[in-house]
Ligand binder design. Structure first.
Ligand code: GTR
Length: 432
């Protein structure tokens, strides 16, 4: 992206900022008060000047001008840059993988759905790492169902109070096993089913516990030439890579499930799992829609803006999420050979949805919008209309075609409003 384009984007967002701030003040919502939030920059005038790397052009190279050149050259090149500098390299499918259907209830949720629990075993050992999928497929349909697939934070039994769900998985960073249905507010299972979609979910901690030494117990260990060692090459994958890899393995299973339409699987993730969904969707083209809910730094937000959470801070607090080399950029985002708009562009021409929340300044809503906007040239090259606007929309007003965007009133969360937009977006793109 050249300087004038970058400046244009910045100017248009400069105007929008006023509207958002105004909205937040009107709602009287609390701004983040924790110490970490206080040290972060939330002042738009202190956002440094920056130039975004061009999604269509290698530094000092010629711009890619055809869909074929994008596909054959630029796309693989960008993927490699994200592997080398941000998320680390993802290995292939797996050494030995086995699907075991644990339970099927064709009469779940009062007859609305068929509930299935399927365990994917990795590495050939029954007590090795495994991913436990919970699947609800709508009943009374004639064809395989399109599906939403997303990892959950606290265990499958937290997405719905359904007593038939096996209690499995803990609470991520929390120790105690949370109650049944305790995250159900974020998973409108009945609504999803009523709209004709299946829901597939799994606890992210099955793939790797979310803590600095979680690698010892997760899938990354299966692939290391030196298991147990604390030495990681600079481009060895981090936990986000491992979680994303698990989503692809879930997809491997879904391709074999007769209840699921493998050509209409939408990937969804919130926050760190939104970062994960974007990285999984960038790598694996079997995901036909990718949805990032409040994914922020290392997700949909531009790193170069250093607004809210920064590369320095995310690497310090979550050293296990990214590859070791990413830590070099905490002291200089402008040296990063990529920025997050290029991650969004890697999903093109497939539909992608980026959602922000007005009070979630930590995730830099404006940086998320800007990244979506700056991914547009790739969609355009591939003949797909993107956002269709140059300025962020008002609160609670969804925009876009192949790139969807909204900024919802309220906090960092997944709400019914968010889901209503995602269901509409999927209806439109899956031709329902
Ligand atoms: C925060 C982190 C964010 C976001 C969030 C979440 O602590 O700084 O990047 O990922 O957690 O996942 O809930």
């Amino acid at each position: 992206m050249n300087r004038s384009e970058a400046m244009k984007i910045r100017r248009s967002l400069g105007r929008a900022k006023l509207g958002w701030t105004f909205g937040i003040l009107l709602m009287g919502g609390p701004l983040p008060t924790a110490a970490w939030a206080a040290e972060a920059n939330y002042d738009e005038s202190r956002v440094p000047d920056y130039i975004l790397p061009d999604p269509l052009r290698k530094e000092n190279g010629r711009p890619v001008k055809s869909a074929q050149a994008w596909r054959d050259q630029r796309r693989p090149e960008l993927l490699r840059l994200f592997e080398t500098h941000v998320y680390g390299r993802t290995p292939g499918p797996t050494k030995r993988m086995e699907f075991k259907v644990r339970s099927v209830d064709p009469d779940a949720l009062g007859g609305k759905a068929t509930r299935k629990e399927v365990t994917i075993h990795f590495g050939g050992a029954p007590d090795g790492p495994q991913l436990r999928l919970l699947i609800y497929a709508p009943n009374g349909r004639e064809r395989p169902a399109p599906a939403f697939l997303g990892l959950n934070f606290n265990g499958n039994h937290t997405v719905h109070a359904d007593p038939g769900i096996t209690i499995a998985g803990g609470g991520g960073e929390r120790a105690a096993v949370p109650d049944r249905g305790s995250s159900s507010r974020r998973w409108p299972v009945e609504t999803i089913l009523d709209r004709g979609y299946a829901l597939v979910t799994a606890w992210y901690g099955d793939l790797e516990p979310d803590r600095a030494d979680g690698w010892k117990e997760g899938v990354r260990e299966l692939f290391r030439p030196n298991p147990g060692s604390r030495e990681f090459p600079p481009d060895a994958w981090g936990a986000i890579g491992a979680w994303a890899w698990g989503l692809s393995r879930a997809m491997d299973y879904l391709e074999t499930d007769p209840d699921i339409d493998r050509d209409r699987v939408a990937l969804i993730g919130h926050s760190r799992l939104g970062k994960t969904a974007l990285w999984a969707g960038a790598q694996d083209e079997r995901f036909k829609i990718v949805i990032s809910n409040n994914s922020g730094c290392g997700g949909a937000a531009l790193s170069r803006r250093q607004f809210g959470e920064t590369v320095e801070r995310i690497n310090r607090v979550f050293p296990h999420w990214f590859c070791a080399r990413f830590k070099e950029y905490g002291a200089g985002e402008d040296r990063l050979p990529v920025d997050q708009h290029q991650l969004i562009a890697l999903i093109a021409p497939r539909p992608v949805y980026v959602a922000s929340a007005a009070e979630d300044l930590w995730a830099d809503p404006r940086g998320e919008f800007l990244a979506a906007l700056a991914a547009e040239p790739v969609y355009r090259l591939l003949g797909r209309p993107g956002l269709g606007v140059n300025d962020p929309p008002p609160l609670d007003h969804a925009v876009g075609d192949f790139i969807g965007y909204h900024i919802r009133a309220g906090k960092h969360d997944v709400t019914d409003y968010d889901w209503a937009q995602y269901l509409g977006f999927a209806d439109r793109h899956f031709g329902k």
